[in-house]
Ligand binder design. Structure first.
Ligand code: ZN
Length: 158
């Protein structure tokens, strides 16, 4: 007879957050599912389409300002400031947050806080998918800005 498994879910990757708040590529508006990142894709057109729908009143603020708590946390703590106004509330500047997903990374991805960290991952020899999301820490607007694949393409690096 085996004892019932009562172990709480503990994430090994330091960060301290428990798995209760699952975060993944699908948590970002407009994102393709993981594993479909090829080359570099810009999502500005899709993003502008949503902003336009919002401005025409076809989407409510509740529809577009729904950033995942994890995304907001990252935006506040490690987000990269931009000089661009939030298209929704127009009172705060947008922040960019980068996440990488890959076979040897946690399912919730890894939040990248510096260019150096990204370059290190790129040099690791295994392919990772990088997702850059724009987030407004003020109103919770979020949309994927671009995705690109890194590493795993030996012909590119030198
Ligand atoms: Zn905003």
């Amino acid at each position: 007879m085996l004892p019932a498994v009562l172990d709480p879910p503990v994430t090994a990757a330091g960060g301290g957050s428990l798995a209760t708040m699952s975060f993944g590529p699908e948590s970002m508006r407009g994102a393709p599912s993981a594993g479909h990142v090829v080359g570099q894709v810009d999502y500005r057109l899709a993003r502008n389409a949503i902003v336009s729908e919002y401005r025409k009143g076809r989407m409510s603020r509740l529809d577009v300002c729904d950033a995942h708590p994890e995304l907001l946390r990252a935006a506040t703590n490690v987000g990269q400031q931009t000089g661009e106004d939030c298209p929704i509330c127009e009172t705060a500047k947008l922040v960019l947050v980068s996440y990488v997903f890959g076979s040897r990374l946690p399912p919730s991805g890894k939040c990248i806080t510096s260019q150096r960290e990204l370059l290190k991952l790129a040099g690791g020899g295994r392919e990772v998918a990088c997702y850059v999301v724009e987030v407004c820490p003020n109103c919770s607007w979020n949309h994927l800005a671009r995705t690109f694949a890194l590493g795993g393409q030996r012909s590119v690096s030198r």
